[in-house]
Design a binder for this molecule. Structure first.
Ligand code: NAP
Length: 279
Protein backbone atom coordinates (compact mmCIF):
# COMPACT_ATOMS: atom_id res chain seq x y z
CA UNK A 1 0.00 0.00 0.00
CA UNK A 2 1.46 3.37 -0.98
CA UNK A 3 1.79 5.85 1.86
CA UNK A 4 3.66 9.11 1.83
CA UNK A 5 4.54 11.92 4.17
CA UNK A 6 1.62 14.28 4.67
CA UNK A 7 3.12 17.74 4.43
CA UNK A 8 6.52 18.88 5.61
CA UNK A 9 6.46 17.24 9.05
CA UNK A 10 3.42 14.96 9.05
CA UNK A 11 3.05 11.20 9.38
CA UNK A 12 2.95 8.71 6.51
CA UNK A 13 -0.60 8.63 5.15
CA UNK A 14 -2.09 6.33 2.47
CA UNK A 15 -2.39 8.12 -0.87
CA UNK A 16 -6.09 7.28 -1.25
CA UNK A 17 -8.55 8.36 1.42
CA UNK A 18 -12.30 8.65 1.84
CA UNK A 19 -14.50 11.72 1.37
CA UNK A 20 -17.82 12.22 3.14
CA UNK A 21 -19.59 15.11 1.40
CA UNK A 22 -23.32 14.36 1.03
CA UNK A 23 -22.91 11.02 2.78
CA UNK A 24 -25.68 12.13 5.10
CA UNK A 25 -28.07 11.75 2.14
CA UNK A 26 -27.16 8.07 1.73
CA UNK A 27 -28.56 5.18 3.71
CA UNK A 28 -26.75 5.59 7.04
CA UNK A 29 -25.86 2.01 7.94
CA UNK A 30 -24.60 1.45 4.41
CA UNK A 31 -22.44 4.57 4.52
CA UNK A 32 -20.98 3.58 7.90
CA UNK A 33 -20.16 0.10 6.68
CA UNK A 34 -18.64 1.46 3.44
CA UNK A 35 -16.35 3.72 5.48
CA UNK A 36 -15.42 0.77 7.70
CA UNK A 37 -14.72 -1.39 4.67
CA UNK A 38 -12.45 1.39 3.41
CA UNK A 39 -10.57 1.43 6.71
CA UNK A 40 -10.13 -2.35 6.48
CA UNK A 41 -8.61 -1.88 3.02
CA UNK A 42 -6.24 0.89 4.11
CA UNK A 43 -8.22 4.00 3.13
CA UNK A 44 -7.34 5.56 6.47
CA UNK A 45 -7.44 9.25 5.57
CA UNK A 46 -11.03 10.28 6.31
CA UNK A 47 -12.09 13.73 5.16
CA UNK A 48 -15.08 15.53 6.61
CA UNK A 49 -16.22 19.07 7.48
CA UNK A 50 -18.61 20.93 9.74
CA UNK A 51 -20.35 22.00 6.52
CA UNK A 52 -21.29 18.49 5.38
CA UNK A 53 -24.90 17.84 6.32
CA UNK A 54 -24.51 20.57 8.97
CA UNK A 55 -22.39 18.19 11.05
CA UNK A 56 -24.23 14.98 10.16
CA UNK A 57 -21.33 13.64 8.08
CA UNK A 58 -19.07 14.04 11.14
CA UNK A 59 -21.56 11.98 13.19
CA UNK A 60 -21.49 9.24 10.55
CA UNK A 61 -17.68 9.29 10.65
CA UNK A 62 -17.80 9.01 14.46
CA UNK A 63 -19.79 5.82 14.15
CA UNK A 64 -17.47 4.40 11.49
CA UNK A 65 -14.22 5.05 13.35
CA UNK A 66 -15.42 3.94 16.77
CA UNK A 67 -12.80 1.71 18.43
CA UNK A 68 -10.26 2.35 15.66
CA UNK A 69 -9.61 6.04 16.09
CA UNK A 70 -5.86 5.52 16.38
CA UNK A 71 -5.69 3.93 12.91
CA UNK A 72 -7.38 6.86 11.20
CA UNK A 73 -5.93 10.08 9.81
CA UNK A 74 -8.91 12.30 10.55
CA UNK A 75 -9.42 15.64 8.82
CA UNK A 76 -12.17 18.20 9.29
CA UNK A 77 -12.70 21.80 8.21
CA UNK A 78 -13.90 25.07 9.64
CA UNK A 79 -16.30 27.16 7.59
CA UNK A 80 -14.90 30.58 6.61
CA UNK A 81 -17.86 32.32 8.29
CA UNK A 82 -16.81 30.77 11.63
CA UNK A 83 -13.09 31.29 11.13
CA UNK A 84 -12.31 34.11 13.56
CA UNK A 85 -9.73 33.29 16.24
CA UNK A 86 -12.41 32.42 18.82
CA UNK A 87 -14.89 31.03 16.30
CA UNK A 88 -12.35 28.59 14.90
CA UNK A 89 -11.67 27.15 18.36
CA UNK A 90 -15.42 26.85 19.03
CA UNK A 91 -16.00 25.20 15.64
CA UNK A 92 -13.19 22.72 16.23
CA UNK A 93 -14.55 21.78 19.64
CA UNK A 94 -18.00 21.22 18.13
CA UNK A 95 -16.47 19.01 15.40
CA UNK A 96 -14.54 17.02 18.01
CA UNK A 97 -17.76 16.48 19.98
CA UNK A 98 -19.63 15.27 16.86
CA UNK A 99 -16.69 13.07 15.89
CA UNK A 100 -16.47 11.72 19.46
CA UNK A 101 -12.73 12.18 19.57
CA UNK A 102 -10.26 14.36 21.42
CA UNK A 103 -8.16 15.43 18.42
CA UNK A 104 -8.03 15.88 14.67
CA UNK A 105 -5.00 14.85 12.67
CA UNK A 106 -5.40 17.87 10.44
CA UNK A 107 -7.79 20.83 10.56
CA UNK A 108 -8.43 22.95 7.48
CA UNK A 109 -9.90 26.29 6.59
CA UNK A 110 -12.52 25.22 4.02
CA UNK A 111 -11.86 28.21 1.78
CA UNK A 112 -10.56 31.75 2.26
CA UNK A 113 -13.34 33.99 3.54
CA UNK A 114 -13.73 37.51 4.83
CA UNK A 115 -12.29 37.04 8.33
CA UNK A 116 -8.58 37.89 8.47
CA UNK A 117 -6.49 34.81 7.76
CA UNK A 118 -4.16 35.63 10.64
CA UNK A 119 -6.94 35.06 13.22
CA UNK A 120 -7.75 31.62 11.77
CA UNK A 121 -4.12 30.56 11.65
CA UNK A 122 -3.44 31.77 15.19
CA UNK A 123 -6.46 29.75 16.33
CA UNK A 124 -5.00 26.70 14.56
CA UNK A 125 -1.76 27.26 16.50
CA UNK A 126 -3.74 27.58 19.76
CA UNK A 127 -5.58 24.34 18.99
CA UNK A 128 -2.32 22.60 18.16
CA UNK A 129 -0.75 23.71 21.46
CA UNK A 130 -3.84 22.44 23.28
CA UNK A 131 -3.45 19.02 21.61
CA UNK A 132 -6.81 19.31 19.85
CA UNK A 133 -5.29 19.20 16.38
CA UNK A 134 -2.05 17.58 15.28
CA UNK A 135 -1.57 19.80 12.22
CA UNK A 136 -3.43 22.33 10.11
CA UNK A 137 -3.89 23.20 6.49
CA UNK A 138 -6.03 25.04 3.97
CA UNK A 139 -8.42 24.25 1.16
CA UNK A 140 -9.22 25.93 -2.16
CA UNK A 141 -6.24 28.26 -1.71
CA UNK A 142 -4.55 29.73 -4.76
CA UNK A 143 -0.84 30.48 -4.85
CA UNK A 144 -1.29 34.02 -3.49
CA UNK A 145 -3.41 32.85 -0.57
CA UNK A 146 -0.86 30.13 0.14
CA UNK A 147 1.92 32.72 0.18
CA UNK A 148 -0.12 34.87 2.58
CA UNK A 149 -0.64 31.93 4.95
CA UNK A 150 3.01 30.99 4.72
CA UNK A 151 4.09 34.54 5.57
CA UNK A 152 1.94 34.40 8.73
CA UNK A 153 2.91 30.99 10.12
CA UNK A 154 6.37 30.51 8.65
CA UNK A 155 7.94 27.56 6.86
CA UNK A 156 6.94 23.90 7.32
CA UNK A 157 3.70 24.73 9.10
CA UNK A 158 1.01 24.30 6.43
CA UNK A 159 0.35 20.57 6.08
CA UNK A 160 -1.86 20.54 3.00
CA UNK A 161 -3.96 22.37 0.46
CA UNK A 162 -7.13 20.47 -0.46
CA UNK A 163 -8.16 21.38 -3.99
CA UNK A 164 -10.36 20.33 -6.91
CA UNK A 165 -8.48 17.86 -9.09
CA UNK A 166 -9.65 15.32 -11.62
CA UNK A 167 -8.78 14.20 -15.13
CA UNK A 168 -10.69 17.05 -16.74
CA UNK A 169 -9.75 19.70 -14.19
CA UNK A 170 -6.00 20.11 -13.81
CA UNK A 171 -5.74 23.86 -13.23
CA UNK A 172 -3.76 23.35 -10.00
CA UNK A 173 -0.86 21.92 -11.96
CA UNK A 174 0.04 25.36 -13.37
CA UNK A 175 0.90 27.31 -10.23
CA UNK A 176 -0.59 25.75 -7.08
CA UNK A 177 1.16 22.38 -7.28
CA UNK A 178 4.60 23.95 -7.94
CA UNK A 179 4.07 26.28 -4.97
CA UNK A 180 3.01 23.41 -2.71
CA UNK A 181 5.90 21.21 -3.81
CA UNK A 182 8.43 24.00 -3.25
CA UNK A 183 7.14 24.35 0.32
CA UNK A 184 6.52 20.70 1.21
CA UNK A 185 2.74 21.14 1.33
CA UNK A 186 0.64 18.04 0.55
CA UNK A 187 -1.80 18.43 -2.36
CA UNK A 188 -5.06 16.65 -1.55
CA UNK A 189 -7.24 16.32 -4.63
CA UNK A 190 -10.98 16.41 -4.03
CA UNK A 191 -13.78 15.31 -6.36
CA UNK A 192 -11.45 12.92 -8.21
CA UNK A 193 -14.37 11.54 -10.23
CA UNK A 194 -15.78 14.93 -11.16
CA UNK A 195 -18.98 14.27 -9.22
CA UNK A 196 -20.52 11.65 -11.47
CA UNK A 197 -19.22 13.10 -14.75
CA UNK A 198 -16.86 10.16 -15.03
CA UNK A 199 -15.40 8.94 -17.28
CA UNK A 200 -15.17 12.01 -19.45
CA UNK A 201 -15.61 11.28 -23.16
CA UNK A 202 -12.58 12.21 -25.28
CA UNK A 203 -10.00 10.17 -23.39
CA UNK A 204 -12.18 7.18 -22.55
CA UNK A 205 -10.45 4.76 -24.84
CA UNK A 206 -7.04 5.62 -23.47
CA UNK A 207 -8.25 5.28 -19.90
CA UNK A 208 -9.82 1.94 -20.70
CA UNK A 209 -6.77 0.61 -22.47
CA UNK A 210 -4.45 1.62 -19.60
CA UNK A 211 -6.91 -0.03 -17.22
CA UNK A 212 -6.96 -3.23 -19.28
CA UNK A 213 -3.16 -3.36 -19.29
CA UNK A 214 -3.16 -3.26 -15.47
CA UNK A 215 -6.19 -5.49 -14.95
CA UNK A 216 -7.74 -2.57 -13.06
CA UNK A 217 -10.82 -0.39 -13.55
CA UNK A 218 -10.73 3.03 -15.25
CA UNK A 219 -11.55 4.66 -11.91
CA UNK A 220 -8.63 2.97 -10.18
CA UNK A 221 -6.38 4.15 -13.02
CA UNK A 222 -7.74 7.69 -12.69
CA UNK A 223 -6.93 7.65 -8.96
CA UNK A 224 -3.44 6.31 -9.66
CA UNK A 225 -2.89 9.13 -12.16
CA UNK A 226 -4.17 11.73 -9.67
CA UNK A 227 -1.72 10.47 -7.03
CA UNK A 228 1.26 10.02 -9.35
CA UNK A 229 3.43 12.73 -7.80
CA UNK A 230 5.03 12.48 -4.33
CA UNK A 231 2.96 15.41 -3.05
CA UNK A 232 -0.43 14.04 -4.21
CA UNK A 233 -3.29 12.41 -2.29
CA UNK A 234 -6.89 11.77 -3.42
CA UNK A 235 -10.08 11.47 -1.38
CA UNK A 236 -12.91 9.86 -3.39
CA UNK A 237 -16.27 9.59 -1.65
CA UNK A 238 -18.08 6.26 -1.87
CA UNK A 239 -21.05 5.02 0.12
CA UNK A 240 -21.14 1.63 -1.57
CA UNK A 241 -18.71 -1.07 -0.48
CA UNK A 242 -18.08 -2.19 -4.07
CA UNK A 243 -17.05 1.38 -4.95
CA UNK A 244 -14.75 1.54 -1.93
CA UNK A 245 -13.15 -1.74 -2.97
CA UNK A 246 -12.57 -0.49 -6.50
CA UNK A 247 -11.03 2.75 -5.23
CA UNK A 248 -8.77 0.91 -2.78
CA UNK A 249 -7.22 -0.91 -5.73
CA UNK A 250 -5.39 2.36 -6.52
CA UNK A 251 -3.37 2.02 -3.32
CA UNK A 252 -1.26 -0.58 -5.08
CA UNK A 253 -1.47 0.54 -8.68
CA UNK A 254 1.64 2.19 -10.08
CA UNK A 255 1.41 3.59 -13.59
CA UNK A 256 4.39 3.41 -15.92
CA UNK A 257 5.83 6.61 -17.41
CA UNK A 258 4.21 5.57 -20.72
CA UNK A 259 0.78 5.20 -19.05
CA UNK A 260 1.16 8.64 -17.50
CA UNK A 261 2.24 10.18 -20.82
CA UNK A 262 -0.77 8.64 -22.63
CA UNK A 263 -3.22 9.86 -19.99
CA UNK A 264 -1.57 13.25 -19.99
CA UNK A 265 -2.21 13.57 -23.73
CA UNK A 266 -5.79 12.27 -23.45
CA UNK A 267 -6.71 14.64 -20.59
CA UNK A 268 -4.52 17.68 -21.23
CA UNK A 269 -3.73 20.08 -18.47
CA UNK A 270 -5.12 22.94 -20.54
CA UNK A 271 -4.21 26.56 -21.07
CA UNK A 272 -2.00 28.15 -18.49
CA UNK A 273 -4.02 29.89 -15.80
CA UNK A 274 -3.39 30.85 -12.23
CA UNK A 275 -5.22 29.76 -9.12
CA UNK A 276 -7.64 26.97 -8.40
CA UNK A 277 -10.92 25.92 -9.94
CA UNK A 278 -13.81 25.26 -7.57
CA UNK A 279 -17.08 23.38 -7.88
P1 NAP B 1 -16.21 12.25 -6.05
O1 NAP B 1 -15.44 11.52 -5.02
O2 NAP B 1 -15.53 12.68 -7.29
O3 NAP B 1 -17.49 11.42 -6.51
C1 NAP B 1 -18.37 10.83 -5.60
C2 NAP B 1 -19.38 10.03 -6.41
O4 NAP B 1 -18.69 8.99 -7.11
C3 NAP B 1 -20.42 9.35 -5.55
O5 NAP B 1 -21.63 9.43 -6.26
C4 NAP B 1 -19.95 7.90 -5.47
O6 NAP B 1 -21.02 6.97 -5.38
C5 NAP B 1 -19.28 7.75 -6.82
N1 NAP B 1 -18.23 6.74 -6.79
C6 NAP B 1 -17.19 6.66 -5.92
N2 NAP B 1 -16.41 5.60 -6.20
C7 NAP B 1 -16.99 4.99 -7.28
C8 NAP B 1 -16.66 3.84 -8.03
N3 NAP B 1 -15.57 3.12 -7.75
N4 NAP B 1 -17.49 3.50 -9.06
C9 NAP B 1 -18.59 4.24 -9.35
N5 NAP B 1 -18.93 5.34 -8.68
C10 NAP B 1 -18.15 5.72 -7.65
O7 NAP B 1 -16.90 13.55 -5.45
P2 NAP B 1 -16.90 14.39 -4.10
O8 NAP B 1 -17.69 13.73 -3.05
O9 NAP B 1 -17.26 15.77 -4.52
O10 NAP B 1 -15.35 14.50 -3.67
C11 NAP B 1 -14.73 13.63 -2.76
C12 NAP B 1 -14.56 14.26 -1.39
O11 NAP B 1 -13.74 15.41 -1.46
C13 NAP B 1 -15.85 14.80 -0.75
O12 NAP B 1 -16.70 13.77 -0.30
C14 NAP B 1 -15.29 15.69 0.32
O13 NAP B 1 -14.86 14.93 1.44
C15 NAP B 1 -14.11 16.32 -0.43
N6 NAP B 1 -14.47 17.62 -1.04
C16 NAP B 1 -13.87 18.74 -0.56
C17 NAP B 1 -14.20 20.00 -1.07
C18 NAP B 1 -13.56 21.22 -0.53
O14 NAP B 1 -14.00 22.34 -0.86
N7 NAP B 1 -12.51 21.09 0.26
C19 NAP B 1 -15.16 20.09 -2.11
C20 NAP B 1 -15.72 18.93 -2.60
C21 NAP B 1 -15.36 17.69 -2.07
P3 NAP B 1 -21.50 6.27 -4.00
O15 NAP B 1 -21.38 7.30 -2.92
O16 NAP B 1 -22.88 5.84 -4.31
O17 NAP B 1 -20.59 5.09 -3.73
Amino acid sequence: MTKRRFGPTGPEVPIIGQGTWQMEGDERAGAVSALRRGLDLGLLHVDTAELYGSGEAERIVAEAIQKRRDDVFLVSKVLPENATRKGTVRACEASLARLQTDRLDCYLLHWAGSHPLEGTLRAFEDLERAGKIRSFGVSNFDEDELAEAHAIVGPKRIACNQVLYHLKERTIEHAVVPWCEAHGVAVVGYTPFGRGRFPPTPGDDVLRSVATRHGASPRAVALAFLTRRPSFFAIPKASRPEHVEENARALDLTLTPDDVAELDRAYPVGKRRRGVATL
